[in-house]
Design a protein around this ligand. Structure first.
Ligand SMILES: CC(C)(COP(=O)(O)OP(=O)(O)OC[C@H]1O[C@@H](n2cnc3c(N)ncnc32)[C@H](O)[C@@H]1OP(=O)(O)O)[C@@H](O)C(=O)NCCC(=O)NCCS
Length: 201
């Protein structure tokens, strides 16, 4: 009886309506990205940037990400509610990408982070990135939990936790464990195909 309960199939993990659409973001999405970041609650903003940053730094960071990184946005209607970034190039080893995630505070724990990580895994595999690096504050249980779901082993380093997701393994886990909800690969905005190589500030 106990074992049966233990191995009961889990409910579908995505509880999102069909109104959520994913698409790649480019330079034209600067205002939407900035508004999304400013809408984060204080703790979420701090977790996203591992501290506080100035508006000037933030504007430069966002512009650079949209120009150089792979950035995927999740829209509810015309409202940008979550963003995933994959940074490559510069000081980052070839074949690796550094990730970052932000889910609007009111949208947390509804499966958006999972959907975005799955989309980022697909984008990584299409761009010869075999390892996604997740670096977050050691107290950020949400991000650590999300990364572990896709096979990351989070390691503690000073006040940071760093994990690596093997992209092939992550995709296999996504296919095996997660609801088979087929989000189409987000199309690049016309004329604004972000190059894969980029460096992180
Ligand atoms: C981290 C973050 C992206 C997760 O997004 P999300 O949409 O809430 O994640 P999901 O709903 O897909 O949850 C996926 C898994 O993450 C983990 N998780 C999410 N929220 C959690 C929480 N508050 N506490 C512990 N684990 C949590 C769980 O393992 C969860 O799986 P489960 O629901 O089956 O237990 C989101 O919380 C966020 O944007 N936080 C603020 C910014 C940030 O910290 N970014 C990361 C550093 S770059």
């Amino acid at each position: 009886m106990f074992l049966k309960f233990l191995f009961k199939p889990r409910d579908p993990e995505f509880s999102l309506g069909d109104d959520i659409k994913l698409r790649y973001l480019g330079p034209a999405d600067l205002n939407a990205f900035r508004d999304h970041i400013h809408e984060l609650h204080f703790e979420d903003f701090r977790d996203r940037f591992n501290g506080l940053v100035s508006d000037y730094w933030l504007d430069k960071y966002i512009a650079r990400s949209l120009n150089e990184a792979i950035v995927i946005g999740a829209y509810s209607g015309d409202h940008l509610v979550a963003v995933a970034e994959l940074h490559t190039g510069g000081r980052i080893e070839p074949g690796q990408g550094e990730s970052a995630f932000s889910v609007a505070s009111d949208w947390r724990q509804k499966g958006l982070g999972t959907i975005l990580l799955k989309a980022l895994l697909r984008a990584a595999s299409e761009n010869d990135v075999s390892t996604i690096i997740v670096e977050t504050g050691s107290q950020n249980h949400a991000m650590k939990g999300l990364a572990r779901r896709f096979g990351a082993k989070m390691q503690f380093a000073t006040d940071q936790s760093i994990g690596r997701i093997n992209v092939a393994d992550g995709l296999r886990l996504a296919a095996r464990k997660l609801e088979r909800r087929n989000f189409p690969a987000p199309p690049f905005p016309v004329g604004e195909v972000p190059p894969i190589s980029a460096s992180l500030i």
